[in-house]
Design a protein around this ligand. Sequence first.
Ligand SMILES: Nc1ncnc2c1ncn2[C@@H]1O[C@H](COP(=O)(O)OP(=O)(O)OP(=O)(O)O)[C@@H](O)[C@H]1O
Length: 220
Amino acid sequence: MPPLILKVDSVQLAFNDRRILQDVHLECRQGQVIGLLGRNGSGKSSLLRIIFGTLQASYKYVSINGDFIHKGYQNNRIAYLPQHGYLPDNIKISKLAKMLVDEYCWDEFNALDIYRQHSHKKPGQLSGGELRQLEMLMIIHSRAGFILLDEPFTHISPIQADEFKPVIRACAKRKGIIITDHQYYNILEVSDKVILLNNGATKHITDNDELITYGYLSGK
Ligand SMILES: Nc1ncnc2c1ncn2[C@@H]1O[C@H](COP(=O)(O)OP(=O)(O)OP(=O)(O)O)[C@@H](O)[C@H]1O
């Protein structure tokens, strides 16, 4: 089967007449990790929510292999790790995992140390970093063909971030992933392509020095 291709084109978003996104074009193939960088307030979370279908844009074109996708979350086509936690506090991790994790990935997920360690607990009994790791792992082992990760490295210690990057790469063998985080060095390491959101437009970065040219990194 040819790889699935997610296309996002001509996204327009404004809040109270303030333009946030106006010239956004990106493509993510199954097998690829696309890193999305941008300054605070540049519209990264808004773009991911528009693709997922929980934020309405004034215009968007999102498709998977040519099929227009109105709400990405429908039919498990796209899964999304929001910037802030999404798991309810009082349901056991094991029960949540059974709802979210794809049965075809269950053995792989069930073998993860962090899951084995905490499966009997509830989210409210975990540290911020433990919870973030489990939230992300459930999303990337979900049924969806495309995964959107909004700041997955937040609250994660450097050593655990290093353990995660191969897990993300392994997941990308079967899925397409769009990932954003302010830990830009992790994004540069884990991504096949990097896109910068700058003044509402996507810039496809081919040389990391462009991150300085566009004012994302100071270059000092
Ligand atoms: N519901 C809203 N109403 C008005 N303005 C909003 C709303 N949601 C977001 N914004 C504004 O839109 C802009 C883009 O926000 P968004 O959260 O997408 O940025 P971001 O790139 O993810 O930022 P950060 O890196 O700080 O998380 C910001 O200036 C924000 O203040």
